[in-house]
Design a protein around this ligand. Structure first.
Ligand code: 2YG
Ligand code: MG
Length: 259
């Protein structure tokens, strides 16, 4: 998993607004409505405690501040604890947090202390980005392509299968591929037999994972992956609706999933 950099998180709410407009135009729903539809929840007056974590590669500049901005964007009160780690956790609970947000290099969680629900960023990101792809209004096809079957891609593929979509997937890792075929029943996308999709969910840490053979004219590509899966010229040439944003959409899904 690639770690976020402070630069990825610059201008975050601007990126969100741009992506929210694309999502609205492409699906008829904004990100909050999409989260409501998936999780069946709405924000009430939960207070969110954000705990910076120093383990591994340590604090990422802008990370906690971004989580606070996201919390407030969705109408909730939040605070960043003065201290990190266990002392910070204690401060969050003592300060009346209903929901704790915290991340180390391996996992990023939202934990609702009132109802016991716990969510991970990788599952929620997979679910919400695949949901966005699946709601593309310019197609009536049920075929979706999933590129990358790591933690995020697998969660999205699983969500799409549960929703009754016809899921094609690819990943250079044959163990990941076989697991998704056996456990989820996805079909292997064969690069030697190009087939074009109107809905693509991409979840890899690599650039240029989407090739011309995979995409239909006027398609939706939904991807949390940094760097972007698509070269700029393909976005123009195929009139692609591209949803790609570094943090907010996944965190929104985490919050809604624990409300
Ligand atoms: O508290 C801090 O500042 C750090 N311990 C946060 C570390 C987060 C590491 N995780 C990532 O960089 C991302 N891969 C998380 C996923 C968010 C984007 N989908
Ligand atoms: Mg990528």
């Amino acid at each position: 998993m690639a770690l976020l950099t402070p630069e990825d998180l610059e201008d975050l709410l601007n990126k969100l607004n741009m992506n929210n407009n694309i999502i609205k135009e492409a699906t008829g729903m904004d990100i909050a409505q999409m989260c409501e539809a998936v999780y069946g929840t709405t924000p009430s007056s939960q207070k969110v405690g954000i705990v910076p974590i120093t383990s591994g590669n340590g604090i990422i500049g802008n990370f906690s501040a971004s989580l606070l901005a996201i919390t407030e964007y969705f109408g909730l009160e939040g605070f960043i604890t003065e201290h990190p780690d266990i002392t910070g956790y204690h401060q969050a609970v003592a300060g009346g947090a209903d929901i704790i947000l915290m991340a180390d290099d391996h996992i990023f969680i939202a934990h609702n202390l009132r109802n016991g629900k716990i969510a991970t960023n990788h599952v929620c990101t997979g679910v919400i980005y695949s949901e966005i792809a699946s709601r593309y209004k310019h197609t009536d096809s049920k075929d979706v392509l999933v590129i990358g079957l790591g933690r995020v891609g697998y969660a999205g593929a699983s969500h799409l299968v549960e929703k009754g979509f016809n899921v094609y997937a690819c990943d250079p890792n044959t163990d990941f591929m076989n697991k998704a075929i056996e456990e989820l029943g996805v079909k292997a996308y064969d690069v030697d037999k190009p087939r074009k999709f109107s809905m693509v969910f991409e979840a890899t840490p690599n650039a240029n994972t989407i090739s011309e053979g995979m995409i239909a004219e006027r398609c939706l590509v939904s991807t949390p992956g940094i760097p972007c899966a698509l070269p700029d010229e393909l976005v123009e040439k195929y009139d692609i609706d591209l949803v790609m944003e570094p943090l907010v959409i996944g965190v929104a899904a985490m919050l809604y999933s624990v409300f």
